[in-house]
Design a protein around this ligand. Structure first.
Ligand code: BGC
Length: 418
């Protein structure tokens, strides 16, 4: 048996907007309802997790899982600028209590893509004040709940806007939420979304658009300020952020391209990570670069239901590459696959973990693995048809059904090995 380090955090992850339902004060909700919206579905009631969190957490514990990563929603805690909702704060206190009742270690993300609508009236992530506003929200939460939160992630995938831009350039892919405001002219639906936020298009600047140097700096500042505030309010909380890290590979002649991409996805963030307690790595596949840039998956490669290459070994590759520059603990905060075939998911998890185990055996400090995602949930523009979950949900009755992969991760968690 391949044994993992003691006290390894085994679990799964979600984000508020994707599971809770009715996140009506967020920018993404506006995008779903905008005229001409590219979203395949509306998030609606989500998977009713806002109501069912207690039985959901009980179910995770029954499976044998030991940790749960979820996000606190800024748009709920601060639905209008400067108004902090006590009642929403108490909701999340109850979620945290439920974790403790069932012996689950909570990990809390403070920002998982969605922002409050009012922020768009202020220029969103293009406004230098965003970092102070974000830190103020974090302070409100951590003053009250900090002692219940052992692990915090300030922001999810601060590098995602850069990856979206990369995709756009390489595959002529129209990104869902816009990329670089300066280089990309917004189509009408974004104007409509802006209006729904009470903003105009000049001010409408969501997190996903923060790929130019200036707005990216605001994202970086937000991390640093939030970390300071969290440390001050709750010194025992371990703080970090998460990065989307595909295994970036060079094919003969593509070394320089791959290096450039790895710098933009990873190395450029190292200065703001230096005081973090751990690094959250999120991996789904690999990206291959040749002399002419990013390449499509090899002919005949097995694909996921979203068309990306089935490549569980990418987890090991990404961790090994990141560890060249990062010598402190790593937690895998996401690793997952969209598929209708749960057996494929089981293979993906096993093969991913075999590679992770090899990296750990070579001395890389990895302290946990959180599969994405706990449930089949709202996959942003792709709606509810992309299924990542280890637990399926019938969205008419909101009944949960555990998949084979859920049992697999539960067993792995219980034996702490493969
Ligand atoms: C995000 C999730 C998303 C997942 C699958 C990650 O980039 O953090 O919100 O659902 O990928 O696409």
């Amino acid at each position: 048996m391949l044994k993992f380090p003691e006290r390894f955090l085994w679990g799964s992850a979600t984000s508020a907007h994707q599971v809770e339902g009715n996140n009506i004060n967020s920018d993404v909700w506006s995008e779903e309802y905008a005229d001409g919206s590219p979203y395949a579905d509306k998030s609606g009631d989500g998977v009713d997790h806002y109501r069912q969190y207690r039985t959901d957490i009980a179910l995770m514990a029954k499976l044998g899982l030991k940790a749960y990563r979820f996000s606190i929603e800024w748009a709920r805690i601060e639905p209008e600028k400067g108004f902090f909702s006590r009642s929403e704060l108490e909701h999340y206190r109850d979620v945290l209590y439920a974790c403790y009742e069932y012996g689950i270690t909570p990990m809390v993300t403070m920002h998982h893509f969605t922002s409050p609508r009012w922020l768009m009236r202020d220029g969103g992530w293009s406004n230098p004040e965003v970092s102070g506003l974000f830190a103020r929200y974090c302070e409100y939460v951590f003053q009250e709940l900090g002692d219940l939160i052992p692990y915090a992630l300030t922001l999810n995938e601060v590098n995602l806007p850069i990856m979206l831009r990369e995709m756009f350039i390489n595959f002529d892919f129209m990104p869902p939420i816009g990329i670089d405001a300066k280089s990309w002219t917004a189509p009408g639906w974004r104007e409509s979304a802006a209006r729904m936020c009470g903003a105009d298009i000049e001010h409408y600047f969501t997190f996903h658009m923060a790929s130019d140097e200036e707005s990216l700096q605001h994202v970086k500042d937000s991390h640093v300020k939030a970390r300071e505030v969290i440390r001050r309010c709750s010194p025992s909380t371990k703080v970090g952020l998460s990065l989307a890290l595909p295994d970036v590979q060079a094919i003969a002649g593509g070394e320089e391209n791959a290096e450039k991409v790895w710098h933009s996805y990873y190395r450029q963030f190292l200065p703001i990570l230096q005081e973090d307690d751990y690094l959250g790595i999120q991996n789904y596949t690999r990206e291959r670069y040749g002399p002419d840039g990013q390449m499509k998956p090899p002919d005949g490669a097995e694909l996921t239901s979203m068309g990306s290459e089935f490549y569980p070994e990418g987890l090991e590759g990404a961790v090994r590459k990141a560890a060249i520059d990062w010598k402190r603990p790593i937690i895998i905060t996401e690793h997952g696959i969209a598929t209708e075939d749960d057996l494929q998911r089981c293979h993906y998890i096993r093969r991913g973990l075999e590679g992770l185990h090899a990296a750990i055996s070579d001395g890389i400090s990895v302290e946990g693995y959180l599969y994405w995602s706990t449930f089949d949930n709202f996959e942003w523009i792709f709606g509810y048809s992309s299924r990542f979950g280890i637990i399926g949900v019938d969205r008419t009755t909101m009944e949960r059904h555990v998949k084979m992969s859920g049992k697999l991760i539960g067993e792995i968690a219980q034996t702490n090995g493969l």
